[in-house]
Design a protein around this ligand. Structure first.
Ligand SMILES: NC(=O)c1ccc[n+]([C@@H]2O[C@H](COP(=O)([O-])OP(=O)(O)OC[C@H]3O[C@@H](n4cnc5c(N)ncnc54)[C@H](O)[C@@H]3O)[C@@H](O)[C@H]2O)c1
Ligand SMILES: [Zn+2]
Ligand SMILES: [Zn+2]
Length: 410
């Protein structure tokens, strides 16, 4: 089969690799109909996540049709059309029973690597390094899905792939970010980053009754889309944090936002002196993350407010303003999404017409175009907000078609 394979920093290619097979009784093999590139894939592409090996298949947002099922699979059968959550969870360990699926204790055969780093083993994930289990990802024609009784959900035939695919990650991630932000009716929520995660967090905060959602971003197409879905926007100046804080105060009666959501994570951009210092330290491999957005979120948040962090951080953060967090009595909530918890309730929202998640798709391409698509998405070129890929379509030159442009579908 064809799959997108990681060979090193900024080096990926579509290769012919062996087809997956059923290895455990609870496995299914899926023929993938649609897959996507996530902001989290960029951390792998940029070589920032340890324990990737040349030859690893990438991708953790995918859906398709069951083509083989192990003998203990009771929830699914060959022919079913399913969306698969990005994290792998066993369904029966102490954590899974508490609905803490991204903390599953059983699904990662290499748990000892993350245990050394984090104190406890991390759960498995598709296509996300050996530290997270070394599972082949779904930017491929086929994928093996372990623990199939717990993860995948069937989706109704009348909903196209583009409306349900994002149940695999970014819609639940945006939703959990808003839930973690403890949004209450009437609240003002500030969100850094109008990427897919930030935009779904914004939509979710609105579903939860937020009165005002302020997005902080500097890419014009993303700003446009944020405005189209009803957000106020601050176009941040890369070199001026004070200006940002002043604008946030102006929009919140001088208090600061009730909640601040960091939907950017470890690869934040900026050119203030503190941010340049982060770039240099990261370049010298003296630090793992550039946490300037998290610092800003803490600084901007109102006293007694909540900071929610869906953006991924990997290691040790420098110049973390813990004094400000303590002094203002902030609450912090964060982490990998417990995707399995949110898939069915969010599918209900889609079915009821509360939200059509396809609004942020800008590029629909064959899988063969994945290497170019990574470059386009990384550099946010060509108006790129979200790329979906079709593993069984043949490549034609360049951008094949706009599935839906942001403008036509807001
Ligand atoms: N918690 C989870 O389970 C989970 C799941 C999916 C994605 N993520 C993470 O969420 C983050 C966002 O993902 P995405 O797919 O939306 O990525 P993306 O790269 O498309 O979007 C990030 C956005 O942040 C903006 N940005 C960069 N620096 C900024 C700054 N200083 N201030 C304000 N905005 C800034 C960029 O312009 C971009 O629009 C990533 O870190 C990703 O790894 C986490
Ligand atoms: Zn993702
Ligand atoms: Zn478990």
């Amino acid at each position: 089969m064809k799959a997108l394979v990681w060979h090193g920093k900024h080096h990926v290619s579509v290769d012919n690799v062996p087809d997956p097979t059923i290895e455990q009784p609870e496995d299914v093999v899926l023929k993938i109909t649609t897959t996507a590139i996530c902001g989290s894939d960029l951390h792998l592409y940029d070589g920032l996540i340890q324990t990737m090996e040349s030859g690893d298949i990438m991708g953790h947002e995918f859906m398709g049709e069951v083509v083989a099922a192990g003998k203990s699979v009771s929830n699914l059968k060959v022919g079913d059309r399913v969306v698969v959550p990005f994290n792998i969870a066993c369904g029966h360990c102490w954590f899974c029973k508490k609905n803490l699926f991204s903390a599953c204790d059983e699904s990662n055969p290499n748990g000892e690597i993350s245990e050394k780093l984090y104190g406890q083993p991390a759960a498995g994930m598709f296509g996300y390094s050996h530290m997270f289990g070394g599972f082949a990802g779904g930017q491929a024609q086929y994928v093996r899905v372990p623990y199939a009784n717990t993860g995948p959900i069937q989706v109704p035939a009348h909903l196209p792939d583009e409306m349900v695919l994002f149940l695999s990650d970014i819609f639940p991630t945006g939703y959990m970010a808003a839930e973690n932000a403890q949004v209450k009716p009437g609240d003002t929520v500030a969100i850094w980053g109008a990427g897919p995660v930030g935009l779904f967090a914004a939509k979710s905060a609105m579903l939860m009754g937020a009165e005002k959602v302020i997005i902080i971003e500097n890419i014009p197409e993303r700003i446009n889309l944020a405005q189209q879905i009803g957000c106020e926007v601050i176009n941040f100046e890369a070199d001026n944090d004070e200006n940002l804080f002043d604008q946030l105060k102006e929009k919140t009666n001088g208090r600061g936002p009730d909640s601040c959501i960091d939907a950017v994570g470890m690869e934040a951009h900026g050119t203030s002196p503190g941010e340049i210092y982060d770039w240099i330290k990261m370049g010298l491999r003296l630090s793992t993350d550039r946490p300037n957005v998290l610092r800003q979120a803490i600084q901007a948040c109102r006293k007694g407010g909540t900071v929610s962090v869906p953006g991924v951080y990997a290691g040790f953060l420098d110049k973390f303003p813990f004094g400000a967090a303590f002094g203002k009595g902030l609450t912090f909530k964060m982490g990998q999404t417990h995707t399995q918890r949110y898939m069915r309730p969010l599918l209900d929202h889609i079915e009821k017409g509360d939200i059509d998640p396809s609004f942020l798709i800008t590029h629909s391409l064959p899988l063969d175009s994945a290497p170019e698509a990574y470059e386009t998405f990384k550099h946010k070129q060509d108006g790129c907000i979200k790329v979906v890929m079709k593993p069984f379509e043949e490549k034609t030159a360049g951008k094949v078609k706009d599935f839906m442009t942001a403008e036509s579908n807001a």
